[in-house]
Design a binder for this molecule. Structure first.
Ligand code: GDP
Length: 306
């Protein structure tokens, strides 16, 4: 992902290198190239506008550095603004003062929620936590089963809704409605000293009211410490509209970008932070449980700028 964006930005910035001084015309031309590169990568228009305006203002402004030549200064400014768009500082997961910490996952069907639940569970275990997965996706027939499989791979138990659905018989069966399952899952975690609960919720192919209401009811019932909006970076401009719909319908405290290993343009995913105001916490870049990491805005910017 971001290969063509990276290439275009790289070559635009390289073109500046030979120049001893940059005129306003040079800066305008560079800004124009950057604008085209971002738009072609699917970065949302308002985000591009703000970004370009800030770059021009700073590059033409009074920033004078003894240590850097003009081209290096522009690269530095572009890097800093890209880091800012991606959220600035790395935002760590917030843990509850009193365990269990409840993390709720929300997003469209196919966004990678279930896979993410496994990745998160594995990562949390690696950090010394004792997570429990809670299966609240009762819409898709196979979703509970899929979460259990992912949980088994991650070595983490799953609290499931239907009688017999847990398979192992080690966990009690929860009620049949998603809100009830979420509530009992959290109570079970508290009783059994699981210090983190990851609640998987139902997704639809498109945003719909019932899905929003259900997710919102689960949020009200279990008061999660984090609600993570999971978004497939491959869905292009729809990522922004979907993020806005989830922000308004459910609300979330952070974003997880998935499928960053894909070859789509991905710029829309880069817009989600700026458009919703919520930070990106994690990134997923493959189907395997270990294809997952904390999202670092500065590292992502360096990767994009090459
Ligand atoms: P859910 O419907 O939101 O629970 O989505 P799933 O977790 O079932 O994922 C949907 C599909 O995307 C599955 O085939 C996953 O293997 C795949 N998937 C999930 N995350 C990633 C990722 O980061 N990269 C790639 N390439 N595929 C992913």
């Amino acid at each position: 992902m971001f290969d063509s964006l990276s290439e275009r930005l790289g070559s635009t910035l390289r073109d500046l290198r030979g120049k001893g001084r940059l005129s306003d015309a040079d800066i305008d031309a560079t800004a124009r190239e950057i604008r085209i590169a971002l738009l072609e990568a699917d970065v949302a228009l308002p985000v591009v506008r703000g970004f370009i305006a800030r770059i021009k203002e700073r590059a033409k402004g009074t920033e004078v550095s003894q240590a850097l030549n003009p081209a290096q200064q522009v690269v530095k400014i572009v890097n800093e603004e890209l880091v800012a768009i991606l959220g600035g500082e790395t935002r760590r997961l917030h843990f509850a003062k009193e365990p269990p910490t409840v993390i709720m996952l929300a997003g469209l069907q196919g966004s990678g929620k279930t896979t993410l639940a496994g990745k998160l569970a594995r990562w949390l275990s690696g950090q010394g936590h004792t997570p429990l997965l809670v299966a609240c996706d009762l819409q898709r027939p196979n979703a509970v089963n899929q979460l259990q499989i992912v949980g088994e791979r991650a070595g983490v138990p799953t609290f499931a809704p239907h009688p017999g659905a847990t398979g192992s018989g080690e966990l009690p069966d929860g009620p049949g409605d998603p809100v009830g399952v979420a509530r009992e899952g959290v109570a079970y975690a508290r009783a059994k000293q699981h210090d983190v609960v990851v609640v998987d919720t139902a997704g639809r192919l498109g945003v719909d009211e019932e899905l929003m209401r259900q997710a919102s009811d689960i949020r009200t019932a279990v008061e999660p410490d984090e609600v993570l909006f999971v978004v497939d970076a491959m869905i292009g401009q729809d990522a922004v509209a979907t993020a806005e719909a989830f922000r308004d319908g459910v609300g979330f405290t952070g974003v997880v970008l998935t499928k960053l290993d894909g070859d789509a343009r991905g710029g829309a995913a880069l817009s989600v932070r700026e458009v919703t105001g919520e930070p990106i916490l994690f990134a997923s870049n493959g189907e395997k449980l270990e294809d997952f990491d904390v999202f670092h805005p500065d590292r992502m910017s360096s990767r994009i700028l090459g």
